[in-house]
Ligand binder design. Sequence first.
Ligand SMILES: *[C@@H]1O[C@H](CO)[C@@H](O)[C@H](O)[C@H]1NC(C)=O
Ligand SMILES: *[C@@H]1O[C@H](CO)[C@@H](O)[C@H](O)[C@H]1NC(C)=O
Length: 847
Amino acid sequence: MAAPIALTISVGILSVICLGFYDYLTHFEENGCEMTYMYEYPKYVNIELSQEKNENDFPHYSLYIYGEGDYANQLRGLHLKGIPVLFIPGNAGSHKQVRSLGSVALRMSERINNKIHFNYFVADFNEGGVIARALFTLPDFDSSLANTIITQATPHQRPVAAVDVDLYQFYKNVNNYWRVHASTSLRHVTVVSTGGAYRDIQVRYGLTVLDGIVTPDRAISVSTTAVPKAWVSTDHLCSVWCRQMVLLTKRAMFDIVDRKSLQVSTDPELRMKVFRYHFVSNNGLPDYLTLETNRTIILDSKIKWEVKRDKLWKYSSPKVSSSAYFAIPFPLADDEDSIFISSNLYVRLKDIERTNSTYVIIMVMAGEKKVDILVDHYDSNVRHLVYQMPNVYDTIISYPISATDGAALLKIANASSFYSLHLAGLSLPTNVYSVIVTPNKCRKHNSELYEGSILRLNIPWSHEDVFSYASYGKEVSLAIKLQTGRPADHDWRQDASEPHLEMFLHPYCHYRLKLVVATQEALGQGARFYALLLPGFMVAVLFLSLRSAILAEGKGSIVNVRSEPPYSDIQTWGKPYYIVPAVMIGRYLMSLGPITKLLNFLHLPKDDTVSLREENIFFSALPMILYTCAWVMVYLHAALAFHMMKALSYVGFLLAVVPKGISERSGSVELVVIILALSLTFLCGTLGLLLISALLILKTLSLMHTITRKLDTQVTHRQLSILFPVTLLVNLQTLLSLTPLVIWMKLAVMNNSLFHRLTPDPSQTPALVTCIFVPVLIYANNLSLLRFQSVVIGWSLYCLSVVTMLFATVSLYRLPSLIAAAVLAVTLPHIPTLLYSLKSAKNQKGE
Ligand SMILES: *[C@@H]1O[C@H](CO)[C@@H](O)[C@H](O)[C@H]1NC(C)=O
Ligand SMILES: *[C@@H]1O[C@H](CO)[C@@H](O)[C@H](O)[C@H]1NC(C)=O
């Protein structure tokens, strides 16, 4: 491919990727959360822990109790009689985040004369959210002490980015413990987990669900968009103060209190009933806990019956003066088999067929404030439609018409208040459509505020409904996209088990429905679900680029960085079909029965697609797509880095900044830096990496400077062609190891000492390897290789690349070790030469 064409295509693909990120980071509903107001000044009373858990053991952890005004003063004696609640702030959270929940709890208690009262404790752990479930795994923890956990926007399935092996292992252990003890020591614990849907760009909903961790009869996982009375998406920080969520969470917490003991009920079934009501299906009945499903209702013979046979009728009254029973006789007319009733009265549902009823009665009692009823009979064949979603190939063939004119059109006549569209085949988060329902012609009508149209996307396998509302006569639209993939074992052939779009329309309007392919949002979903897999693929591409430099070396080809800059071969040597098929074969081999058994026996890890498959978000073209994206990104990144460095070296930046004296002694400066890097590695691996990264960049710059000054020899070009990809790799390794550095800095600040050693430090071993062997590359002044050496290294790099794609795309924590292994592989043949030249240098000195 000629360079300009390659560049154009690459830039094109990069723009598409950027559009995906742009959509993911910016395109979501506006914040619909209300603020929680406080009436008194919040106080956090620090609780002194007993002597055994003294300051030395846990110097950075503290326990507070929340109070306001007078109440805070009463707390100082710690004579607490309320129900203890432990609030654990999330990652980078603060103990002050308790104030919304704590304050609402106080106000609600006051309203019932403090009969039920909660004491809010806050533990400031300085870290993660799964801690609540992790407590139960501690041998000293009395698991009977706690029976209810409510988490907000907590990733339960796995860490968002698995960059830290310890954190990853921690999740695995905690989740395994919960699976094993589900029916024994954890049987009494009920867990509620809410996720913030699309506004939460840090933790996507799929990671917050408890599926496969806690048994379904003890767990509720729900997206805040689906929670009744909230119906809003909450971003990661807002999840703690969003008033709608705070109120309903608090109502649920009051409802799980046993009225006799005034403590949280010990009956898990009761608590689940409460949570299901408040978080999943609030039907408005205030006495839902005591109501018997099978209660007989005695009709008052004095109240008038109004038999309603009309196909469509409305009743509206600002104030009901005399009671009435509206009776809808059964069976309905011949061409009607379904009935839609919408009303603001409380509803109790029962299966009509099974009860042999002859009427549906709507009771409107005198004294009701405002009553609205809408009844619509219809034929389900006309209004319950199935739409077969076009698959990827159909979409591509019909593109861009499917994105502009729409993939489907439907005309809806007036006098239809309900339509349901089953979206057959919707299974992956990247299948994204946008549905637009436009009113065509509306009758002139003085509409109330609530009148209009509502769209609801219902996903049968997960509580992730999203709603959209538009007032009377306005267009309403909704993105048809999934927050979780369809489970492999989900039986989608059954009726009502496909995702479906419910449309609650106004009977006075004609409508037109348009379903269009939403390209930008599909890219956004791609970024949301798969962006974190890219670093792994980028490392794989870089390995191949390094491999090409090594092979060129072995062939003894003349390298000239001027005509062929070291990034240019990424295009040729990184072609997706050179490597992706090998990865597919590898994955296939590992899935064969005997080999799987052998791998299990050897305790080798499963490949990373297993965890994507478990999340139901894997599809076979995914590795190819991601690899291609990474290929383009690495190419452009390398080209950009190379030209920036070239420009820097051109300007003579180095010479201008570095005083002459130092540049003459650059050899000894290098040595000092290397020794410093090696020693810092023992404090925190990333510190060493930072120095080595800087050294590599400076070395590359100085090589480029040599070329600019036309002082170059073949050795200069050779060194540059190998050091350049190594520099990019080590930079990535440094970036991937930033977490330990952050922790080290926090501890250094807390301990007031820079000589604090981080233990355990997952970055240390790979950092040590890199810090030892990169200097060898820098000092070995002739990087020439024998042919067989280059072939062996080439194959090792190819294998490392395959291994990276198999095992280090989700498990990012493996990348630093793989990069260190690549550095080691490239360096090994030069160690003897280096030792030899050092020795002869010494001998010369001796003479
Ligand atoms: C319904 O209530 C009657 C008594 O009122 C009782 O005998 C019967 O078992 C109940 N049925 C169910 C299904 O609860
Ligand atoms: C439906 O529209 C027709 C004319 O298009 C009108 O005559 C009729 O009254 C409308 N029905 C309702 C329920 O608005």
